[in-house]
Design a protein around this ligand. Structure first.
Ligand code: HEC
Length: 469
């Protein structure tokens, strides 16, 4: 591996400076202060490498989201100016949630001190320091953010996308055949072409092998805009051989920009995987593309040996959910407007994960809960919505909300010409149209993942150190 590259020229310069310093010390008080100044000692090997590995390398490595590597001193030096800029402005690492409001497992943002440290190092010419002291870079699995999968399923051919600037909504089936039934902890979606994959929702269709001879028959994909669901299911040959419907485990995995699959502690989450199953992508949304391109996405399955003791559940507030958007989501041109939704729980719950969702006009997002006694529980605040980074936020510990608690969510939309992401110029009425998920229509959702509450849940940490199991 070519991980340590010496910058010979810079080292020579450094030693020349050092020699001069040594020579001048007896004559100059100023230089004594210089040599004891902490800032002149910030080096890649001791200060910067650990920071980069922790905050940047997950995405900036081969086969990952970032467009270039940030591993070696040379990698970081090459982008030093840009790095100074994007860290100071907190564009990188991407972390839209306000860390002054709430904290999450695996959260990734830089402290003010870390930002200063990077700047000092860059201002000082980005010295490498003692090369031997560079820690080993973290180990990652190629093609995964979370570990080594037990089964990798890939779309069997690239899906072509035309340069017509149009959204495409497809339904696709990916047959999975195994020797025996098993259990899945998590399915990770790795988009083949991040520029066009806007979202993927997937369900598992689980067959009783006696009721379905061949799960590979039928179309592999259909365009859901030109037919209804029943017809799409028939074309994909999803029903059993006798026409009845197999078991469907809904919403087993989702992808939105920036999402990393959530892995919960042992026993929480997961589902059975029949030895004859179909991963049903219902649906896969390709955003508009100005160029001819294609996508071939991958699905990483992580197995577990036994059934989950506590399967997880999900509900949605807002668009297509169990609680309406108030007022209805119609955003007039040249306005900035806030919409709300709320829902009162009918059972004790332990919240695991939340996912706020809006499109291009999103400006800010707020969600909190009020318990029956009046206590407020902060869930999330996003001050500056970024369409590109729509994480599923896992709480540090499960959040206990007793029956009668109300969850409130507020989303503010900016439909003025000064919103640089406004898809229309001049601005037009933008609305939630019939549950349409088009990028240029809007949505307002808070997706909540939970398990029914059990005593002691509030002490269970959701930070996972071993991400593979
Ligand atoms: C969650 C994944 C992720 C993490 C973590 C991350 N980046 Fe990035 N970074 C990206 C992606 C993807 C891009 C490509 C541009 C985009 O889509 O916004 C990018 C772009 C950049 C750019 C180019 C910006 C530009 O204007 O073109 C710089 C510089 C950068 N990242 C530095 C960093 C640094 C420094 C860190 C750590 C402190 C970091 N990134 C952490 C995903 C990430």
């Amino acid at each position: 591996m070519k991980l340590r590259i010496k910058n010979v020229e810079l080292r020579m310069k450094m030693s020349a400076i050092l020699l001069t310093c040594l020579f001048l010390i007896p004559y100059s008080l100023f230089l004594i202060t210089c040599s004891s100044d902490r800032s002149s000692q910030v080096t890649y090997s001791e200060d910067i490498a650990p920071l980069i590995y922790q905050h940047c390398t997950t995405c900036h490595r081969p086969e990952s989201a970032g467009t270039f590597n940030l591993i070696t001193c040379e990698d970081v030096r090459k982008h030093a100016k840009q790095i100074e800029l994007v860290t100071r402005s907190r564009v990188m690492p991407p972390w839209p949630a306000d860390f002054n409001y709430a904290h999450y497992a695996g959260e990734n943002y830089l402290s003010d001190e870390e930002i200063k440290l990077l700047k000092t190092w860059i201002d000082n010419g980005a010295p490498e320091g003692d090369e031997k002291k560079i820690p080993l870079p973290p180990l990652f699995t190629a093609g995964s953010m979370i570990g080594k999968p037990d089964l990798v399923v890939k779309m069997n051919e690239p899906f072509p996308i035309k340069s017509n600037n149009k959204d495409r909504f497809m339904m696709m089936k990916l047959p999975v055949e195994l020797d025996q039934d098993t259990f899945v902890k998590v399915i990770e979606i790795v988009p083949g072409n991040k520029k066009v994959v806007h979202h993927i929702n997937a369900h598992l269709v689980q067959y009783n092998p006696d009721q379905k001879k061949d799960i590979t028959k039928g179309n592999k994909l259909v365009d859901t805009e030109i037919m209804d669901k029943q017809e799409a299911f028939a074309r994909l040959d999803l029903p059993n051989d006798d026409g009845s419907y197999p078991l469907l485990t809904p919403s087993v995995t989702n992808y939105l920009p920036g999402v990393v699959a959530s892995i919960y502690p042992q026993g929480i989450g997961g589902y059975k995987l029949s030895r004859k199953s179909v991963l049903l992508l219902d649906n896969i949304h390709y955003g508009p593309s100005p160029i001819d391109t294609s996508d071939q996405s991958t699905f990483n399955f992580f197995f577990m040996p036994s059934p989950p003791t506590r399967p997880t559940f999900e509900f949605i507030l807002g668009t297509s959910g169990i609680a309406p958007v108030v007022p209805p989501l119609v955003i007039q041109p040249n306005t900035v407007r806030t919409f709300k939704t709320q829902y009162t729980l009918h059972q004790d719950m332990s919240l695991l994960t939340i996912n706020p969702h809006m499109h291009l006009l999103g400006k800010s997002f707020l969600a909190y809960a009020i318990k029956p006694g009046g206590d407020t529980v902060r869930l999330i605040r996003i001050n500056s919505w970024d369409f590109r980074w729509q994480y599923f936020y896992n709480f540090k510990k499960m959040i206990y909300l007793p029956e009668g608690s109300t969850i409130y969510a507020e989303g503010t939309y900016d439909n003025t010409a000064s919103n640089p992401n406004n898809p229309f110029d001049p601005p037009r009425v933008v609305a939630e149209r019939n549950g349409s998920m088009r990028t240029t229509d809007e949505m307002f959702q808070l997706i909540v993942t939970y398990v029914p509450y059990k005593e002691g849940d509030e002490n269970i940490s959701l930070e996972t150190s071993d991400k593979s199991k």
